[in-house]
Design a protein around this ligand. Structure first.
Ligand code: GLU
Length: 505
């Protein structure tokens, strides 16, 4: 049967989207685009206790920033909605009833206290085939009692009745066949009367079925739930259209020992969230890639390669390349170390690859903040000269401030090393040479200054070092005449004069 590929990213809005979740969304997106399929955003908010306000809009904003547009979802609609599980309550009821009717599920009245008592008296207690007949449920109580308890308004849950001793096989596109014996599974709660809502497991399966999902691509942490999901598909009679599973490898700490956590980010100073997040309860701020100055393209490229590679050495890839090359089979089974330095490297590469006019759009606000008023054309030329020196647009200021403001002081060490006894006199001559130029282009300055140095028999290094100190304030920066051509004749001469007047050894 050939069905249109449909995948979903199904986050629970319990906080900011972790960078691992972003990678899951990205792989779903790449796979959908490659297969000419649909990418759906479904909000799994059936656990009202873990709901965090602002998390849902954060998720959408993060995906939008990264360019991971979805075809169906809460904000864009679609033919399979609603796309938020809390709005699908009525839909699930019917499916809970179906499982009760066909004997795959049963009603359990055990109170939390009764369950706790059981747990403390029976070592490793699990609600399953070995214990369910000792509990208060519709398998042990007469039907009439069950009905009257419900009528009385007693709270209950619906549990999935798992038959033991069966090897359940999960077919996983990344891991092959994963076999798990049903005896280790417990009779999972599928529905709670208290909040009239299904649990994650039931809602997830029903929605994947109703939304005609063909591939479930999600994090490795969901692999232990997969056998239960396979059994649920069977209980509903939906095995034929069960999606293909693909459980993505974990993102590991930079050192490689264990799962990447927010604490690792705090410890080593890098974000683990796409956007900055302010915890609505504690007001604690967690840093984000966007606010950290990352370009979305760089984040996408970096994440794409954490757990997948196209089988060549290519590292810099456009989204189109990734879409073309992506396969689930080439995703790795083992965890991917989160190499944060590599993220910076990618950002640098994308800064280099982006046109100067794109980078200047990001740099102008930084200049504005510093109180610099400059034409876009001028700032763009500065960007062109200096962008190969930075990993972040915001670091351009430190590298380029001397283009926009004259040095207020002169670096002492450089003065000691570079400012010679005859520097003031030589710079005066240089200033005269420059003042006489009508054409202040890089080439014309260079030609005339070199001719003057040669005619006087001066030491080239001495002149240029003192010149740099006067214009930049220290020993750094690009080619001197690139700087002076940009700041212009008047400014160049004024800086030379100021240096002659104020640098003393
Ligand atoms: N709601 C689950 C989550 O928060 C979805 C898991 C799945 O994709 O099945 O990740």
């Amino acid at each position: 049967m050939n069905r249109k590929v449909r995948v979903r990213f199904a986050p629970s809005p319990t906080g900011p989207l972790h960078i691992g979740g972003v990678r899951t969304a990205l792989y779903n997106y790449l796979f959908a685009k490659q297969q000419g399929g649909d990418f759906i955003l479904r909000i799994e908010d059936t656990d009202s206790q873990r709901f965090v306000s602002g998390a849902e809009s954060y998720i959408e904003e993060a995906l939008t920033w990264l360019g991971l547009t979805f075809d169906e979802g809460v904000s864009v609609g679609g033919n399979y909605g609603p796309y938020k599980q809390s709005e699908r309550k009525e839909i699930y009821k019917k499916y809970v009833a179906q499982l009760l009717k066909n004997g795959s599920a049963y009603i359990a009245f055990d109170t939390p206290e009764e369950l706790d008592a059981k747990r403390s008296s029976v070592a490793n207690f699990q609600y399953d085939a070995s214990t369910r007949l000792e509990m208060r449920n519709s398998l042990t109580l007469p039907d009439a009692d069950v009905q009257s308890l419900i009528a009385e308004g007693k709270q209950y849950v619906v549990r999935f009745k798992i038959e033991p001793h069966e090897d359940v096989i999960v077919k996983d596109a990344i891991r092959g066949e994963v076999k798990i014996n049903s005896s280790i599974l417990d009779d999972k709660v599928l529905y709670k009367s208290a909040d009239n809502l299904p649990t994650y497991h039931l809602a997830n399966i029903v929605d994947d079925h109703l939304m005609e999902i063909t591939h479930v691509i999600r994090g490795e942490e969901w692999l232990p739930s997969a056998p239960l999901h396979v059994l649920l598909y069977r209980a509903f009679g939906w095995t034929e259209t069960m999606p293909v599973f693909a459980h993505l490898p974990l993102l590991l700490k930079p050192e490689g020992n264990g799962k990447l956590s927010k604490r690792d980010g705090d410890r080593l100073g890098f974000p683990v969230f796409p956007l900055e997040w302010k915890d609505p309860k504690t007001n604690e701020i967690s840093s984000g890639y966007r606010e950290g100055g990352y370009l979305p393209e760089a984040v996408v490229n970096f994440l794409a390669l954490l757990g997948w590679n196209p089988g060549n050495d290519e590292e810099i890839m456009s989204v189109d390349d990734m879409v073309r090359l992506f396969t689930l089979e080439k995703c790795s089974k083992s965890g991917a170390k989160f190499d944060f330095e590599k993220a910076k490297w990618f950002n640098h590469q994308y800064i280099l690859r982006k046109s100067n006019s794109e980078i200047v759009k990001l740099f102008l606000p930084v200049l504005k903040e510093k109180g610099i008023e400059v034409s876009e054309g001028c700032a763009e030329q500065v960007v062109g000269l200096m962008k190969d020196r930075v990993s972040f647009v915001k670091d351009l200021w430190e590298q380029t401030s001397f283009f926009f403001v004259a040095p207020a002081a002169y670096d002492e060490k450089t003065v000691k090393k570079r400012w010679k006894e005859d520097s003031p006199a030589q710079l005066k001559e240089l200033s005269d040479v420059l003042a006489g130029l009508d054409d202040f282009s890089v080439e014309n300055q260079e030609k005339n200054v070199m001719a003057w140095i040669e005619s006087k028999g001066y030491h080239l290094g001495n002149i240029m070092n003192a010149f740099r100190l006067a214009i930049v304030g220290e020993g750094k920066g690009p080619h001197m005449f690139d700087i002076t051509a940009l700041i212009g004749k008047e400014e160049t001469i004024s800086r030379l004069e100021k240096a002659m007047a104020s640098i003393h050894k």
